[in-house]
Every structure is written in structure tokens, then in C-alpha cells.
Design a binder for this molecule. Sequence first.
Ligand code: NAD
Length: 520
Amino acid sequence: MKIENLINELGIAKYFDQKKAHALFVGKQSYQGEGAGIEVNSPIDNQRMTQVASANLNQINENLASFQDAFQKLQIIPAPIRGKLVKIIGSKVQAKKNALARMITLEVGKPLSEAHGEVQEWIDICDFAVGLSRQLTGLTIATERYDHRLMEQWHPLGPVLVISAFNFPLAVWAWNAMIAFVCGDSVVWKPSLVTPLCSIAAHEIVMDSIREINKEDGGFPTSIHGLFLTGIKETKELVKNPVFPLVSATGSVEMGRDVNVNVAKRLGRSLLELGGNNALIISNFADIDLAIRAVVFSAVGTSGQRCTTLRRLIVHEAVEEEVIGRLIKAYGTLKIGHPLDEKNHMGPLINQMAYNKMVEALHLAKEQGGTIICRGERIYPEECAGGYYVTPALVKIDKDALIVKQETFVPILYVITYHDLSEAIAINNNVPQGLSSALFSTNILEVEKFMSAMGSDCGLVNINVGTSGAEIGGAFGGEKETGGGRESGSDAWKNYMRRVTSTINYSTKLPLAQGIKFEF
Ligand code: NAD
């Protein structure tokens, strides 16, 4: 597939000069970057797709005020009309679903079916946000004073800075941006520089939708959205800038730590979605057929490069032999190769650095007493020369080995044995991260225990469902080093608004709270 054709299909050719992508997008204006040059290669074959001269800090700073201005205008547009904009965005995404999915596959290397799933997430969050635009409700609270009313309202917050990771180049931004728009906030997006083309395509859809809504419900400034293809040094400066009351950052724990400190120093608000180290327990009461299917998808989907990827399999000793035997068989049937070929289950790793991390982790696992059951090896599928394709690895290891405490963002699954459920829960919880977890069991006592306060300490706790593949309706996120943020569904919208508590006196007296007397 020719990248030029896809660029034309997505209507973004205008954002390229001499095959170089623009780097700074401020509403409908876009500019060639003046910062360092960045080569963008497809992980499929490691061939160059485009080049971006990144945006430098001066260029960025000169343009920040327009997002503040756009916010001032957006916040007074009624929320249901803001919802109409998101409805238009959703219909445009639907119309371009195939092209967007192919662009994800080219930039990230995930199989086309998973890429379609990611675009569907964007469509789903649009539906959710449109409904939400009529449900941004507040509270009326009982007051202790006569002839008074106590109430709580939610108002738009301001420009939101969204920093996103390479592995979900559209969905995570969409979770943030679609909700932020209905909440009345402008959005500045700093995507991973591994996936600039997806972000340009998304920005264009937002611009196209604003053009359309302004034909009937005018008043939407185009600077309610901006896109900065810029480096980490510049992003750190953005994070420190009080123009953004909220910084929503998705990526590694290392990145989150840095963002958190920089935002906290200026007493801003951060929403962090960081790394996971997810475990799935297979009990002796499990439906093993079901469990194996869930384990394989959770462990190898997106080549082990999902935040919710299954990294630790905790198996009851009575079923361990059967589970390992069936996993070896299942791994043997997996097809690995060009991610646009729909018969393949797994595409490439994102780059050589990821491959090197896989080699190193397997080496350390062995050093720490692990037994390699399936070797994760580099393979060289036809038509994909240069790409980093690997077979998924399966390693039997002790629960206390240091390597199992860290997230290695590749398809390595560590298998750990347990004797009783309390021990399995302790293993599940005994890592610094706390994103996703699962128990396969048909025993109600086990199920309830795992879901109770004494059970899994993760943000996502699944029963007879794998660790990866969340729906947008629930709040998504995790505890401990995963950062504590919640995005997407449920009441995650409250992150993007400011809460106002108001007391109204409709009497002619001035009673003080707590019965305090103050006469003069
Ligand atoms: P990364 O941390 O390298 O980069 C993520 C983003 O942060 C990029 O846009 C990057 O440019 C930016 N960044 C990096 N350092 C920064 C800093 N110091 N200050 C400001 N911005 C900075 O992550 P990645 O390799 O792109 O993605 C993989 C990681 O993301 C994994 O750890 C994965 O678990 C995590 N992730 C988490 C979720 C979630 O919802 N919890 C979702 C997707 C990915």
C-alpha cells in the first residue's frame, strides 16, 4: 500500500511540503516545524514513510494564546451543541474508518482487525460523549440552614494538554479530546512522534467537522484543537505551563513521574495513564478452554504492546501442566507477519529498541532462574525485511524473580504457579503497577473474593475476561505506579471540568453555618 494514496484518502496531503509533514497545527493554521528533523519509519519493514521537522518552543509559545481564546468561546456554547460537533466527528470517523485503520497499521504495525477496533473505540467514545453532552449534571445538597439552597455545578476547565503513547495513536487521544470538547475545553495534543500521520489525520477530521458545524451552529473557533509534533524537551516546557489546568498523559511510568512532578510544582492537575504489569489467574475451578483463548489474545495482541497486555499468568498447581501444554500448542498455531494480511495474528514490534529489550528481558529471566518454555525469537517474514518480528515467549519463573516486577513492552508471558487463592491474589498485587487483572474461575466464592477489597488492587478487575480489551463505557485506568487516572467512560468527565459549590440564601436573615453567632 502506498503511503501517498492513504495520505490523499485522508485528505491530509495539504499538510506536507516536499514530503515533509507539518509539525505545528493551531486550528486551521499549520506550519512547517523549525526544530529537529525526525524520520518516521513503518515498523512493518522499517522503511521511511515521512519526515517531520519538529515544532520548536518559540513557535509553540507564540501560538499558545489562541487555545485560551478558543476556550473562552467554546465554554459559552451550550454543551448539547458542543455534543453536536462530536456527533459530526463520529460520523466522519465512521466514513474514514478503513483508511484510518490502515494508517494505524502502517505506523504502529498492529494487525488490521485490531486497528479497526481502535478506530471503533473513537466512534464509540463519540457516541458516549454526545449522550454525556446532555448529562453534565450537578447536585442539590440538603443544607443545614433555613431558606437556603446548597448546590454543586460543573464548569469548563480550560485548555487541556494531552500527551499520548505510540501504541494507541488514536483511541487514547479520542478518549480525552471527545470528552474534553463536550465539557467545553480546548485541546492541545502532543502525540508520540512514532505516529505523526495518525494524529494529522485525526486533527483534519476535527477541522473538517468544525467547518461543517459552523455552517449551521456557528461560533466554534478552529483553535479548540491543536497538534504539536514536538520533542520531549519542548513537551516538558508545555507541561510546566499554567495555561493548561489539566495535563492528561499516557505512556511509561518514567514519563508519568516526570510529568507529575512538573505539574505538581505549579499545583496543576494531572491525569496519568501509565504502564501496567497485568496478571491473570487460572483457578482449578476455571473453564480452561475459555481461559486459554483469553490468555493468548491478552498476551500476544498488538505484539504484547498494550498497556493491558497480559504479562503474568498465575496458574493453580492442579491445572498447570494442562494449561502450559495447551498454551504451547496455541502459540504454535499463531501466524506472524505482515499486519495488513488478515490471516496474521501478530505484526512486528515497534522498533529495534523494543526487540533489544525483549532479548535483554529473556536473558535476565534465565539468569534469575526462569525456564524458557517458548523462545521469543526474531523471524523474517516475506515482504517485511527490516521489520522486527518475533515469536511470543513463554517463561516459567518464580513469583519473586525481579524481572516479573517490571513492564517489558513485548510479548513475554511469565508463568507462575500457586497453591491457594490468597497466595494468587498476593502475587497479583505484589508489583509496583496496578492496571488490569483477571480471574478465571466458576467458583462464586473465589470470584467474590477477587473482586472484594481484599482482592485485586488494580483499576480493572475482570472475571472470565482477559486483561486486555476494555470497553469505553467504564472508567479506564489503574492504581499505584499506573498513575491513578481514570479516562473514557463513567464519571471520568469530571476530570475535564471544575467543580463549583454554591450556597444561596433566599431569606432576609444571615444565619451562619455551624450555628456560629457573630452580632455587631
Ligand atoms: P513513552 O513514555 O516513551 O512516551 C509517551 C509519550 O510521552 C510520548 O508522546 C512521549 O514523547 C512523551 N514523553 C516522554 N517522556 C516525557 C517527559 N519526560 N515529559 C513529557 N512527555 C514525555 O511511552 P511509549 O513508548 O510511547 O508507550 C508505551 C508505554 O505507554 C507503556 O509503558 C504502556 O504501558 C503505556 N501506556 C499506558 C496506557 C494506559 O492507559 N495506562 C495506554 C497506552 C500506553
